[in-house]
Design a protein around this ligand. Structure first.
Ligand code: MN
Length: 386
């Protein structure tokens, strides 16, 4: 069994976010770190380290305008020279004063126009980087009952999404992300997977839902959402991170490894792990207090561990117990896989892939962290305002 599990794990690809390498923080404080990238190229350099030590993180997502450059073809070449590729393009309609009352659902048509122009610009960038996915997350919503008309805002959203969808190339996809609350506190215009799903359904098959694991109410059964969306071919991507309370953006698997396993089991069960299913496994995280590159390595390894356990579930025994209504035996089959220590198997896999069995230790030993801390002294660090 372990040989077939390892063969599957070899095909896994996890995309890291460029913004995880820059400075970030909470709304109270951004703590800067030594050695943080000053340019997009340096973010790609750091992302390449994560791939070098894990072997399964060959792509990095960009965020526009944070990662805006003059020459995207040149940036793609820089990525390829490092052994990685540019992944999804993430739009940003949350940082301008104009967006105080929303972006594509703003009551002011001029603001809506500006937001739409940015989304279309992101598709132009995808054409140049060769990216398949446009990831859309809208901060749009209201804080007070009566502030704006919820239904009209849905019309505005739908109109903008249609315009962007029409602009996509035939190999490009739109990933629509939802979030329960924040920055708006009364209503969000895309608050949940049902809303995202309904819009994607209306748009067409190249519009799919992105499940950010930190964007639900506490206690939400995320694996059910995953199972449902996979069944109807609308699960486009994950934004993995973990949370204790709200959108904490912590290292994936840190808060609830069992939940991550349950999610990955539904992915395996629903065929979402097969490459042609097109599910993008992305991380969306902020490393506020921990060093960023090892923070990403840890996260990638945690997804890999949960995936390994999900692949280890004895499906035959499970299905047999389920069909015969044997509740306890079914649960045992499930839990046996979760309780398996897969670390020795993963160490073996890495050695077979020509990697160090322990990516965290190997990174520490590599001296890369010391080199960037010494070398990146002048210039402005990328990231949120410090
Ligand atoms: Mn996200």
């Amino acid at each position: 069994m372990s040989a077939s599990v390892k063969a599957k794990l070899r095909t896994q690809q996890i995309e890291t976010p460029s913004w995880a390498y820059g400075n970030c923080g909470t709304r109270f404080k951004v703590f800067t770190q030594a050695g943080v990238p000053r340019t997009v190229e340096e973010k790609l350099d750091d992302a390449a380290q994560v791939h070098a030590f894990t072997g399964i993180a060959p792509r990095v997502a960009l965020h526009i305008p944070w990662d805006k450059v003059d020459d995207y073809a040149k940036l793609s070449r820089h990525a390829r020279a490092l052994g990685i590729e540019i992944g999804a393009i993430n739009a940003n309609v949350f940082q301008d004063d104009d967006y105080k009352l929303g972006s594509v659902t703003n009551p002011d048509p001029a603001v809506r126009k500006k937001a739409l122009a940015h989304l279309l610009e992101c598709v132009d960038i995808m054409d140049q980087t060769g990216s398949r996915d446009l990831k859309l997350w809208f901060p749009d919503g209201t804080n007070y009952p009566g502030q704006d008309d919820m239904r009209t805002r849905q019309e505005r959203l739908s109109e903008a999404l249609m315009r962007v969808y029409d602009r996509l190339g035939k190999d490009q996809r739109m990933l629509l992300e939802y979030k329960l609350f924040e920055p708006a506190f009364y209503t969000m215009d895309v608050p949940d997977w049902g809303t995202a799903y309904a819009h994607c359904l209306q748009l067409g098959e190249r519009a799919q839902v992105c499940v950010d694991t930190g964007h639900h109410a506490p206690g939400t059964n995320i694996e059910f959402i995953v199972a449902f969306l996979l069944r109807v071919k609308k699960l486009g991507a994950f934004d993995f991170n973990s949370r204790f309370y709200a959108d904490d953006d912590l290292i994936v698997g840190a808060a609830d490894p069992f939940q991550l396993f349950r999610i990955m089991y539904e992915v395996v069960r629903g065929g979402g792990f097969d490459r042609d299913a097109g599910v993008a496994f992305m991380l969306d995280q902020c490393h506020n207090i921990e060093p960023k590159i090892p923070g990403q390595i840890r996260s990638v390894c945690n997804v890999q561990e949960a995936t390994a356990k999900a692949l280890l579930v004895d499906r035959e025994a499970l299905v047999d117990a389920q069909r015969s209504g044997d509740v306890l035996r079914a649960n045992e089959a499930f839990m046996d896989a979760f309780n398996t220590d897969v670390r020795p198997m993963l160490a073996e896999l890495r050695q077979e892939m020509g990697l160090d069995p322990n990516p965290m230790e190997a990174y520490r030993r590599s001296g890369y962290q010391e080199r960037i801390e010494a070398g990146r002294k002048s210039g402005k660090q990328s990231g949120w305002a410090a």
